[in-house]
Design a protein around this ligand. Structure first.
Ligand code: AHR
Length: 689
């Protein structure tokens, strides 16, 4: 994992989270508190809401794909998790060359256990192919009908079972000549007392072959504490590779995604997916970057790599799978390309040495949007996606403000010129401001405490409108609550998203990060979480949306196509006493607003959509005045997310503790006062003609 970035982020997070709450301060005139007023000018449109305003950001972190969205249930299915780390410096690394992994001698693979005393060892002498250059050698010479021997895998903190469900088993196997035996595949409880489903596979010979079978459960109770087993009753030696177990996937896609998590995503209707990172696009060093060419084609031809978040990725979830995900949820890819800078702060300067990576990026763009007559468009078609994908945005690198060498200016220019020359229609995103080219957008990242997020929730209103480079907030989150944010996080998020909506003339897109976390083991060795405060949590069986997820969903589903001019007066404030980031003991007192708002119009449905966030621990009345409309109906709807206090949250055991509720409401109109509950986020839909 990238230590430098992680420590920097954690320091900022910890320091800004040290706060002392002041009392809420209502606005006063001559000692009397006055009502906050929000004026909406319905005849003054300040921006057209970009159709791709709300999206998702993704990368392999917190077991996001393997152990998360990707349906695969077997952990370390290719036995490469033990591969020895390699570090090739940019100057000694040839991007066109394949560098096979090496392994420690005489070890059993991680996450696999022996059954019946079988000997397990990684075997580099019996590889499946060049990509999967190792196999699991299972010495089952003691096996007998009364004492089966073989292997077991506990999945990503458990193999889930659900009732009446068919699981697909697949693996490559070979055996010593004359083995003649069969293998039994089973899903069983970890204590061995319950066998949920079993099937026998025969025909294993001295040559590698792929075997496929299904396992179907009966009317069983859902359970997680299970293992997958492959055993034999015939003595012999067997070799295994790419051992796979898939549940039914979303839209039944082969090599596809988990249904429950996909459904949560689909429910929020995100319009774009920023992929594949984040740090994940960079990698810890050049040979561990997101090397997309090794992540296309059949999964058994993909070598996999060590991801920057500290664990092995088989890359079964590779570039085609990102695109399938986009297709299934109705999102457009926003493609981040590797730009010659890695997390250990190694880089190439612009010029001939960088050129192969520029070509790699052009080919990656062709893979996404080229038609099937192009080389890489044809590969995409072969991978199951004959139609080109709509692509409008390409991001060059990730967080290059960490590169203090100054090399980004030249690197960005080289990528920008080459991409614009071949694809003039594409919008190019920089990751830190540049001077020699005009980036179409610049990607800004914000990870903050609730107070810091609220304190900055009017900052874009004051931004210079003359800058031709627009803004993509490609990563942001209010980091309160772990593993997933609580209501305080959602309040900070909502305040911030009001700011983003009000400023949609300069902020064209944004996405929360990180998206996913496997909550099975959030600390200690072999932990499932690398980064606390993530939008959606899950274990192998259950998933849930955090309060922040529901706020994303509310905002993403309820916004119009036009942003309306707004003005506010008498907004109450609270005091945030901010500790110094350097732990010097110094503090700064900030007066922070405690009401946040935005107004948009849905022209097709004649609706004005007003968002009001009350972050205070007390109810607050707010008056709304709407001008520039003929009439506003007395009746409308209110969707409200709230809880007893800001620490309330959702968990896998209590997934629906904090949920938005929509109800019909009265006493609305062109001028009305309404009381907003403590710690609440409200979206009013007004019928306005
Ligand atoms: O979202 C987690 C990480 O934060 C991303 O990988 C990186 O871009 C940022 O530092």
């Amino acid at each position: 994992m990238n230590l430098i970035k992680f420590i920097t982020r954690q320091l900022a997070f910890t320091a800004s989270a040290v706060v002392v709450y002041g009392l809420g301060n209502p606005a006063t005139v001559s000692g009397q508190s006055v009502l906050p007023v929000i004026q909406i000018q319905a005849d003054k449109v300040t921006a057209t809401m970009p159709p791709t305003f709300y999206g998702l950001m993704t990368e392999e972190i917190n077991y996001s794909y393997e152990g998360g969205l990707y349906g695969e249930l077997i952990r370390n299915r290719t036995f490469k998790s033990d591969a020895l780390p390699q570090h090739l410096k940019p100057e000694e690394y040839d991007p066109a060359k394949y560098y096979p992994a090496a392994y420690p001698a005489n070890v059993a693979p991680k996450f696999w256990n022996s059954i019946g005393g079988a000997g397990l060892v990684l075997d580099t002498n019996t590889p499946l192919n060049e990509a999967l250059n190792v196999s699991l050698k299972v010495d089952a010479t003691t096996a007998s009908p009364t004492a089966p021997a073989g292997v077991a895998n506990g999945g990503y903190w458990g193999i889930p079972v659900n009732k009446k469900t068919t699981y697909k088993v697949a693996f490559y196997a070979k055996a010593t000549a004359g083995f003649g035996g069969s293998l039994t595949a089973r899903i069983a409880s970890a204590d061995g007392k319950t066998v949920y489903a079993a099937t026998t596979i025969s025909g294993i010979t001295g040559d590698w072959q792929k075997f496929e079978a299904t396992l179907t459960t009966k009317r069983v109770a859902a359970a997680l504490d299970n293992v997958f087993q492959l055993t034999t009753t015939m003595p012999g030696t067997i070799w295994l590779q790419e051992v796979s177990l898939f549940p039914p996937t979303y839209k039944n896609r082969a090599n596809g995604d988990r249904r429950d998590i996909s459904q949560l995503l689909n429910d929020a209707q995100p319009k774009f997916l920023r992929l594949p990172g984040g740090n994940y696009v960079e990698g810890n060093n050049f040979n561990e970057r997101f090397n997309w060419k090794q992540m296309v084609g059949p999964t058994e031809q993909r070598p996999g790599h060590r991801s920057c978040w500290g664990y092995w990725s088989t890359d079964g979830f590779g570039l085609p799978e990102y695109l399938g995900w986009c297709q299934d949820i109705g999102m457009e890819p926003v493609l981040a390309v590797f730009a010659g800078y890695t997390l250990n702060r190694e880089h190439l300067t612009a010029g001939p040495a960088l050129e192969p990576y520029v070509q790699e990026a052009l080919e990656e763009i062709e893979y996404v949007m080229g038609d099937a007559s192009t080389k890489w468009g044809a590969q995409r078609a072969k991978d199951g996606y004959p139609q080109p994908f709509a692509l409008h945005y390409v991001e060059v690198g990730n967080e290059d403000f960490f590169d203090r060498s100054g090399s980004y200016e030249g690197r960005f220019a080289q990528f920008y010129d080459a991409i614009k020359a071949k694809y003039p229609q594409l919008q190019i995103i920089s990751t830190t401001p540049v001077k020699s080219r005009t980036a179409d957008l610049n990607d800004e990242h914000y990870y903050e405490s609730e107070e810091a997020m609220e304190a900055q929730s009017f900052m874009y209103d004051a931004r210079d409108r003359s800058n031709p480079t627009k803004i993509f907030v490609g990563e942001w989150a209010t980091r309160v609550g772990s593993p997933t944010p609580n209501l305080a996080g959602a309040l900070g998020d909502a305040a911030w998203m009001c700011c983003l909506e009000r400023n949609a003339d300069i902020v064209l897109m944004h996405c929360y990060a990180p998206l996913f976390v496997n909550v099975s083991r959030i600390s200690g060795n072999n932990r499932s979480m690398q980064w606390p405060s993530d939008l959606i949590g899950y274990d192998a069986l259950n998933s849930y949306g955090s309060p922040s997820y529901y706020v994303q969903k509310m905002f993403s589903l309820q916004h119009g196509d036009q942003v309306l001019a707004t003005k506010a007066e008498n907004l109450p404030t609270y005091q945030w006493i901010q500790a110094s980031r350097r732990n010097s003991g110094q503090t700064r007192t900030n007066e922070v607003k405690s009401i946040f708002y935005s107004a948009t119009r849905d022209t097709q449905h004649h609706k004005i959509i007003v968002k009001i966030v009350n972050r205070a621990d007390t109810a607050q009345a707010v008056h709304i005045d709407i001008t520039g409309v003929n009439s506003v109906a007395n009746r409308g709807t209110a969707t409200v997310l709230k809880a007893a206090n800001r620490n309330e949250t959702n968990t896998s055991k209590d997934p629906q503790h904090v949920l938005p509720v929509t109800e019909k409401v009265k006493k609305l109109g062109a001028s009305f006062t309404r009381v907003y509950p403590p710690c609440s986020i409200t979206i009013l839909e007004l019928d306005a003609r």
